[in-house]
Design a protein around this ligand. Structure first.
Ligand code: ZN
Length: 376
């Protein structure tokens, strides 16, 4: 990676951190304001409860006065009743007294109601006072925390700004201008390349662009989003080689099986061939098939004895394959092996070759038969 690109990556990190700190510093007063709003709400509630108590007290005083006035009236009426001349006048006064007594009774009911209410009002005020006290303590704590955090953030911000200045000094002016222009529009100015793609805009790169980024000898920009591109080989090396893990372990043919298949790269000048040997009744047969068409080449040859002893020259240096078809089935093939059989032999050959190029300690037997082993 070019040192300038490394600097750009560090610059991007510094820019990101500076942005985060600035946002956090701007956010803290908003948090404090929100708590203060809540505190103001609790204060208003308390004031309302206190005002309600005052209003009740005023009402009570008014009712007390009303009762006293009514009592005064009744006493006056009683005095007057001693001096009246007619029965009608007397009745009228009694009527007035009765009225006033009813008024007193009604007003006293109201006073009683206010007295009962006063208890509830008192409780409301006490609760609001307690809440206000708790909230005030809380907000003082939060304000102190916010102040401390802001101070820490400011300190970090100053450090990052100094660092940022140093990093910028290690980048050419042109590249810096380009990076800042793209950052302004897209949020970031540099992007990693992975799997032939720009991770900034997810667009596939042209092969030449990709090769240039991988080579890391020059500054390369994404054709699509204009971000500066870089390649991190650490991210690629971490990936496991998929083939090695996906490929299942190959089943190995049995050494004493009555039928054995082999592959030869060049058989009797006919090119690649598949050979099939079958042991039966102290005799062995040999069939030769064209590797690509599956056509039977020549006649079926029969010799005395086990095929390892009867056809040693055919087996030497050949690759043993997995395959087993009954004599009856093979007779139905006629002069051409069916595709399904040919495909299965091809894929087993493929697996055998892979195994030979990736030797593992667990392998029990060599796939190619060495010369010395044939006679045994
Ligand atoms: Zn891009």
């Amino acid at each position: 990676m070019l040192p300038e690109i490394e600097n750009l990556l560090r610059l991007q990190e510094a820019d990101k951190e500076i942005r985060r700190l600035q946002e956090e510093i701007a956010e803290l007063p908003k948090c404090v304001a929100a708590i203060e709003r809540k505190l103001a709400g609790t204060k208003a509630q308390l004031e309302k409860a206190q005002a309600a108590i005052k209003a009740d007290e005023a009402a009570r005083r008014k009712h007390d006065t009303t009762v006293a006035d009514l009592r005064g009236k009744i006493s006056k009426y009683r005095d007057q009743s001693l001096e009246v001349k007619t029965n009608e006048q007397y009745k009228a006064l009694l009527h007035e007294i009765e009225f006033a007594e009813k008024d007193i009774s009604a007003t006293e009911d109201k006073i009683l109601e206010l007295m009962l209410n006063a208890d509830a009002r008192e409780k409301e005020v006490k609760a609001a006072e307690a809440e206000l006290k708790a909230e005030t303590a809380e907000i003082e704590k939060e304000k102190a925390e916010a102040r401390q955090r802001t101070a820490e953030d400011e300190e970090q911000l100053a450090e990052w700004r100094a660092k940022r200045g140093q990093i910028r000094a290690g980048i050419s002016e042109d590249l810096l201008r380009h990076y800042e222009r793209v950052s302004k529009f897209r949020g970031t100015g540099i992007a990693e390349v992975r799997d032939h793609k720009c991770m900034g805009c997810q667009v596939m790169l042209r092969p030449q662009t990709y090769n240039d980024v991988r080579a890391g000898q020059q500054t390369v920009f994404c054709d699509s989003c204009q971000r500066v591109l870089y390649f991190d080989s650490a991210n690629v090396e971490q990936k496991p080689e998929p083939e090695q893990h996906k490929r299942p372990r190959r089943h190995h043919p049995k050494i004493d099986a009555p039928q054995a298949w082999y592959y030869r790269e060049d058989y009797a000048g006919d090119g690649e061939a598949l050979l099939c040997f079958t042991n039966a009744d102290s005799q062995s047969s040999r069939r030769v098939f064209d590797m690509h068409t599956g056509r039977l080449l020549g006649d079926i040859l029969i010799r005395e004895g086990d095929f390892r002893h009867a056809f040693p020259e055919d087996i030497t240096g050949a690759i043993r394959l997995n395959g087993s078809w009954s004599e009856e089935e093979m007779e139905t093939w006629g002069t051409e092996m069916p595709m399904v059989a040919l495909d299965s032999l091809h894929s087993d050959l493929d697996a055998a070759r892979y195994e030979m190029s990736h030797p593992s300690g667990k392998m029990k037997q060599p796939v190619a038969v060495p010369t010395g082993q044939v006679a045994s």
